[in-house]
Ligand binder design. Structure first.
Ligand code: 5GP
Ligand code: MN
Length: 340
């Protein structure tokens, strides 16, 4: 952060602080928000975490979860808008531009509060008064840990905060399997373990709380919905709203599905298309040099990281798949030279 001393001074006296993260928060988004909130409360600030939408049950064990305001839930929009308007400081965590959070982005932009962006996605928008954007960081939770350390407050990180931060780093590195798993990642996690984090407990809370229906859905998706195109080294799933309904799919139930495509021998590009709330939500994953961030930006109104990105489409599921199949042939060469 360029103007770190001014930032430190800003937080030097009690402030009204709002924290916002991206829609459908994952463990890094929610963990960084609640971890930071826990720390700021210890520094005598008044803190409110606001999420644009709901989030999966397997994240709701995090300390501070019960105080989160879901903007989308009935009656909450006006309340949240007032909190943003009255805030002294708004932290924007784990997303790179205000357009990513839709209408809330404009509310944040209009607020007189000082804005702080802490993120690890590509191509950050320079809207904030204080920006900590590090695309080499594996997770926003890693940046929160480093920031608290740089503020000289590592002793303020208690077990609850440490669990939130560990969860985000664990999931954003794919359980320490992706290429973003650096020495620094392990050093931060070692420090969090020193704070008392039990690795097996956090793993269980995130990964081993499946409902039977989610497991049945996974079986259905792998058996009937997986399409493999070895000629392009691509695998994809296209799942309709009716199919999600049939398995009573909840927020978070499709999380991780896209990775199964990527685990297939010789596949370097995997996609998941799901029809939800009148649009098609897309997850892209790749290994090697192929940038799904660029691909998603170019064709599907999205973005993210080089090897993990998301996007959306406003035409039907079939038309979205057709568009995907129409554009991939031009990447055949690129996909074939990608390392696996
Ligand atoms: P996921 O596929 O897990 O939803 O998202 C993968 C990555 O892409 C995450 O870092 C997420 O923040 C980002 N991402 C997901 N959806 C979108 C989107 O619609 N726009 C942009 N810019 N990024 C997205
Ligand atoms: Mn993240």
């Amino acid at each position: 952060m360029q103007n770190f001393e001014a930032f430190k001074e800003l937080l030097g006296s009690p402030k009204r602080i709002a924290i916002i993260t991206h829609p459908k928060p994952d463990a890094d988004a929610l963990g960084s928000s609640l971890g930071l909130a826990g720390y700021l409360k210890k520094k005598s600030h008044t803190v409110q975490v606001i999420t644009p939408t709901d989030y999966p049950k397997f994240l709701q064990w995090m300390d501070g979860n019960e105080g989160v305001i879901n903007f989308e839930a009935e009656g909450n929009a006006a309340k949240a808008e007032k909190i943003f308007q009255d805030a002294d400081v708004i932290f924007c965590l784990d997303f790179p531009s205000l357009s990513r959070i839709g209408e809330i982005g404009e509310i944040v932009r209009r607020s007189p509060a000082k804005k702080v962006l802490i993120d690890h996605h590509l191509e950050p928008e320079l809207f904030a008064d204080y920006t900590l954007s590090k695309t080499s960081a594996a997770a926003t939770c890693q940046l929160i840990y480093e920031l608290i350390t740089d503020l000289g407050d590592v002793d303020k990180i208690d077990l609850s905060i440490a669990e939130c931060l560990y969860a985000g780093i664990m999931t954003d590195t794919g359980s320490f399997r992706h290429s973003n798993t650096t020495k620094d990642v392990h050093l931060v996690c070692a420090a969090l373990i020193d704070k008392g984090v039990e690795i097996s407990k956090v793993n269980r809370l995130i990964y081993d709380t499946n409902t039977e229906e989610r497991m049945r859905f996974l079986g259905f998706a792998l058996k009937d919905k997986l399409v493999v195109l070895p000629e392009y080294r691509i695998a994809y799933f296209a799942i309709s709203a009716d199919e999600l309904d049939k398995y009573h799919s909840q927020t978070g139930d499709t999380e991780g599905l896209v990775n199964y495509g990527l685990s297939i021998d010789n596949i370097v590009f995997s996609a998941l298309f799901t029809e939800r709330e009148g649009m098609i939500r897309i997850s892209f994953r790749s290994v090697g040099n192929f940038s799904v961030n660029e691909f998603s930006r170019k064709y599907f109104n999205g973005g993210g990281h080089k090897n993990a990105a998301g996007g959306r489409s406003l035409v039907s599921l079939n038309d979205t798949i057709q568009k995907f199949l129409d554009v991939v042939p031009q990447y055949k060469q690129e996909l074939f030279i990608s390392d696996k």
